[in-house]
Design a protein around this ligand. Structure first.
Ligand code: PLP
Length: 415
């Protein structure tokens, strides 16, 4: 360790507010960064941590952005977003049976910012937000920033990583304010069907709770699964639901930072007011790009991508089924992730180390086999690793081969 005195500008005399001090950096981002750093050093790491499909941004988005720059469309836009994009989003959402008007849509800098606004708008200090576990890493921190507490509702063992309405109902307290649903789910890839979803929504109706429904992966459903939008489950659902989405995953536009929230009009207005004093509005150029993506005929291109991803999903599930000690949990029919239970490798050894947790497993897999996956502790899945299967097929096959060889090479159980 260096004993050199840090430069004066490296020393902070600034006291962080508790709300900032309590927020750790995203664990997924940290692992992604670690894998990318190894790649930059020339190590042939295959990165299965990524939260984005490995496809290029759809072509009409880029062209619309270039046109926007050429036309000097580079000023503040209305706080809720440009009208044509709000209308295009409403139409895009309504393909799932909702009846959103453009005035109910607020355009944000990614779905993440939409979630931040949703929590800020709904949650009072001390409020509880129920969430089926496993859940996406950012939710607890987004809830905490608004002064709320995320309360995980855990699935029963062997229940396919899904919670029931009875489990959700049992977790409701006087402080519960919101039920947060994420379907298709990150990190598990499970997809709740219409009946299951309607039962969860009924809990919100019975207890007069709001619903935040994160449907960012609505395009990525496979096999027999279909995407069901919560706000399409009837007027009682629509009147209490904030639908979160964006272009990031469907159109491979994560860096453009365009998302949205669609909500009952007074909620949309409150969110617009908050955005007007914080971001002003998302990037004008990115809004035009999103509009280009949403209004082009991309049906066959998006379907081709969906089928490609489905192929990678099937390849991954099949390969993992043949690896003793690793088990895919639940039925990953959506998004581009799955959770693999690695507790069957606990007690086994490699390079003088014994695997006692999913974090050990992930670290050894990265350092010894150069495959990066995310350990599940921050997703409330401590015995699982999340595998993102979006990488190109040849890299995926290579990664799955390395994974199999890694497990095969583990020393015998020590306990
Ligand atoms: N919600 C979920 C479940 C996600 O996985 C992600 C991104 O990883 C987001 C929201 C954020 O999406 P965006 O990139 O549009 O902010």
């Amino acid at each position: 360790m260096s004993t050199a005195t840090p430069a004066p500008e490296a020393i902070s005399r600034v006291r962080l507010a508790r709300r900032a001090a309590q927020v750790p950096p995203s664990a997924t981002a940290a692992l992604d960064a670690q894998a990318k750093a190894l790649i930059a050093q020339g190590v042939d790491v295959i990165n299965l941590t990524s939260g984005e499909p490995a496809f290029p941004t759809v072509e009409p988005a880029g062209q619309a952005a270039l046109d926007a720059i050429a036309a000097d469309f580079t000023r503040y836009t209305p706080a809720a977003g440009i009208p044509e994009l709000r209308a295009a989003v409403a139409e895009f959402l309504n393909r799932h049976g909702t009846t959103y008007e453009p005035g109910q849509v607020v355009i944000t800098a990614g779905a993440k910012q939409a979630l931040h606004y949703a929590f800020t708008t709904l949650v009072e200090p001390g409020d509880e937000i129920l969430i089926p576990a496993p859940y996406w890493v950012s939710y607890p921190h987004l809830a905490a920033l608004a002064g709320g507490t995320l309360v995980p509702v855990r699935p029963a063992p062997g229940a396919g990583l899904k919670v029931t309405a009875d489990q959700l109902r049992a977790a409701v307290t006087d402080r519960t304010r919101v039920i947060l649903l994420n379907n298709p789910a990150n990190p598990s890839g499970v997809v709740y069907d219409r009946t299951e979803l309607a039962a969860l929504v009924q809990v919100a109706i019975d207890h007069d709770l709001a619903i935040i429904s994160d449907e960012i992966c609505d395009h990525w459903v496979f096999g027999a699964a279909e995407h069901v939008s919560v706000a399409a489950l009837g007027p009682e659902a629509a009147q209490r639901t904030l639908t979160i989405g964006g272009v990031s995953k469907t159109f491979a536009m994560t860096g453009w930072r365009i998302g949205w929230v669609a909500a009952p009009a007074p909620v949309a207005q409150a969110i617009t007011a908050i955005q007007s004093h914080t971001a002003s509005a998302p990037s004008s150029i990115s809004q035009k790009a999103a509009h280009g993506a949403l209004t082009a005929d991309l049906t066959s291109e998006l379907e081709r991508r969906r089928l490609e991803l489905d192929e990678r999903r099937r390849t991954t599930i099949k390969a993992l089924a043949d690896i003793p000690g690793i088990e895919v949990d639940g039925n990953p029919e959506g998004a581009f992730f799955l959770l693999a239970d690695v507790s069957g490798t606990y007690g086994r050894t490699l390079a003088g180390r014994t695997i006692t947790s999913a974090a050990d497993f992930a670290e050894l897999l990265l350092t010894e086999a150069n495959v990066a996956v995310v350990p599940g502790a921050d997703f409330a899945a401590p015995h699982h690793v999340r595998i993102s299967y979006t990488v190109p097929p040849d890299r995926l096959t290579e990664a799955l081969g390395r994974l199999a060889a890694f497990v095969d090479g583990l020393g015998k159980r020590t306990a």
